[in-house]
Design a binder for this molecule. Structure first.
Ligand SMILES: [Zn+2]
Length: 315
């Protein structure tokens, strides 16, 4: 009988403290999600928590680990305040909105959108993805919540998409239960196929019961910058950007000697691959980092390259 006592180690993304846990001991992590094979790797996402040195915060790292227990990359990291019981605020009569992940910067300019928000009209949180610098977001959120309440009153089943005007803005709202994406387009700009994409995202937020990271929504918005219309494939890949943890991995392969051949093969189909594929296969950069840095404009090719390598099991 073998029992693996291997310990997985990685530095906390927030405070750099070394964290260790055991993939065979559920007491050492909060949760795990297994994924299908990706670039020859069997990856699992683990959520691991530790208490910061000040004892005031709990740091939660969401990390990818391969089947052998080696750390392969961060998906996310965030901190939670540890509150003593008596410090919990009393329930307020009127709930107020919480803007999540505020510190992550919004892109300054977008080809299509003046405004892009994601929110939950019942749980009272919002993510500000793109917004004019002079916008007061709270009155707008209140307006949308009122609008949502009106809709709930008159419809037994909410429509998937509604329009509304507020101040000088024409708002487009995509809804699923209380999850809402709000967008206002620039003058004379529309993006064909966007209904499919935003409809799918609000739906997925409900089924996955997970709010996408703001960083990933910003990356997705960057990718949309370069489109003339959104295709079915674009919708699929945008959902992967938001929800497929494997795109955060640092690839590791035992067969490093084949990498030059693979790069050559893939680059003959997709020339752009010659710029970055070696770095990806050597685990220097993840696909999400590629999109974040310079390659949002190439996101369709990147989606094809990932599919090409996985389908042909080149690794
Ligand atoms: Zn930490």
């Amino acid at each position: 009988m073998s029992f693996q006592l291997f310990t997985t180690k990685f530095p906390c993304k927030l405070c750099n403290t070394e964290i260790s846990f055991n993939i065979n001991d559920p007491q050492t992590f909060l949760s795990k999600t297994q994924h299908e094979s990706f670039f020859g790797m069997q990856l699992t996402t683990y959520r691991v928590a530790h208490t910061s040195s000040s004892n005031m915060e709990r740091h939660i790292n969401v990390v990818l680990v391969d089947h052998a227990g080696y750390f392969r990359g961060y998906v996310d990291a965030y901190s939670e305040e540890i509150k003593k019981k008596e410090e919990f605020p009393r329930q307020r009569l009127k709930p107020t909105f919480k803007i999540l992940q505020e510190r992550f910067p919004n892109p300054n300019e977008h080809n299509f959108f003046n405004l892009l928000l994601v929110l939950d009209a019942k749980e009272y949180w919002a993510l500000e993805i793109i917004a004019p610098q002079n916008l007061r977001v709270y009155p707008l959120l209140e307006f949308i919540t009122r609008k949502y309440a009106e809709m709930e009153q008159i419809y037994t089943v909410l429509p998937a998409k509604v329009n509304a005007s507020y101040a000088d803005m024409e708002l487009n709202l995509w809804l699923k239960d209380s999850k809402i994406i709000v967008a206002s387009f620039k003058k004379n700009k529309t993006l064909e196929g966007i209904d499919d994409l935003f409809g799918k995202i609000v739906e997925t937020m409900n089924t996955e019961r997970r709010i996408p990271q703001k960083k990933l929504l910003v990356i997705m918005a960057k990718c949309l910058n370069y489109l003339s219309h959104v295709t079915k494939k674009d919708v699929e890949f945008c959902l992967r950007i938001l929800y497929d943890d494997r795109l955060h991995t640092r690839v590791y392969t035992k067969y490093e000697q084949y990498i030059p051949q693979i790069v050559k093969r893939v680059s003959s189909e997709f020339p752009i691959a010659s710029e970055f594929l070696e770095d990806v296969l050597l685990g220097r950069i993840s696909f999400i980092e590629l999109l974040e840095q310079n390659y949002a404009k190439n996101f369709r090719e990147i989606a094809e390259i990932i599919g090409f390598i996985n389908r042909r099991k080149l690794l």
